[in-house]
Design a protein around this ligand. Sequence first.
Ligand SMILES: NC(=O)c1ccc[n+]([C@@H]2O[C@H](COP(=O)([O-])OP(=O)(O)OC[C@H]3O[C@@H](n4cnc5c(N)ncnc54)[C@H](OP(=O)(O)O)[C@@H]3O)[C@@H](O)[C@H]2O)c1
Length: 314
Amino acid sequence: MHAISIHQFGGLEELNYKKQPRPQLNTGEVLVKTTAVGVNPIDWKTCSGGGASGFISEFPFIPGWEFSGVIADPGDTDFKVDEAVFGMIRFPQPAGCYAEYIAAPAEQIARLPDAVDLTMAGGLATASLTAWQAVFDKGALQAGQQVLVLGAAGGVGHLAVQLAKWAGAHVTGTASVHNHEFLADLGCQHAIDYRNQSLNEYTNSMDLIIDCVGGETGIGALPCLKPEGVLVTLPSVTKEQVIAAGAAQRRRVEPILCEPSAEQLKKIGELVADEHLKLHIGETFPLEKAAEAFALSQSGHVCGKLILTFNQPG
Ligand SMILES: NC(=O)c1ccc[n+]([C@@H]2O[C@H](COP(=O)([O-])OP(=O)(O)OC[C@H]3O[C@@H](n4cnc5c(N)ncnc54)[C@H](OP(=O)(O)O)[C@@H]3O)[C@@H](O)[C@H]2O)c1
């Protein structure tokens, strides 16, 4: 099978598109023939020696934690051949999803409803699980509450806006001006141009802030929290900084590490099938162009998600 792999940590030049052995199944695993995978910042951070690189003990390393595809071999599980599935698996341990075949723990994947596009679903799991866990598990969002999403046009942000809206919250988002119409379509009541607008008018007004940007941006939003509010900060690399600033201002900050969950994926699949949730695809690339997708993701201004597709299984 073809896969993207690296033999050492480094820049985009380390990404190779070449043949690798198909993975072997262990107990409780299925073999998935991959249709699409999503590109997440953690993928290029890890390949460059940051992100989840501490969990990698051998090379070649095949990046990627999320996918969509069809069951090629159900192993000893209840799945059936040709069933459509999607998932985020093994995170933060290596999962090898940038490959034409993936061995996936059955308990971490979900069947995809017929109404949901299989290619789009390749980019759905990681961002939607992160958004779900930030909004509902860490944020305990209630209907009628005020939510601010920092980085609302990005992969996680645009799904967090929609989930918060679906739950009955009032949502404000930050993005560049050219993305404000997109934010309005997602359900944001207010869109803030983070380059030119201050957050002063939102002081003490938010029950929940979903911080998809981190660092000084997350810290700058802390005064927007109501005294009992919570800011959930996503980027691991700046979380200590944001937590420390929160403690100094007596504001609650929660870090997050996205966890696989078949149960949450099932609900997410249903929400997409019922058109309450929509994944916006920023751009699609063939798997062999993963380096181009990484470069675009590294720009920090992707709208929605980037997806890699698979055409020639072998
Ligand atoms: N802890 C976890 O488990 C976890 C899980 C998933 C992701 N993450 C992390 O969370 C972060 C976001 O992930 P993602 O997939 O959503 O990233 P992404 O899709 O690459 O985010 C891109 C978006 O960020 C926006 N942006 C950039 N700078 C901004 C700023 N200063 N203020 C507001 N928006 C800004 C851009 O908006 P404009 O183009 O409009 O400027 C763009 O739409 C990443 O650091 C990722 O590694 C962590």
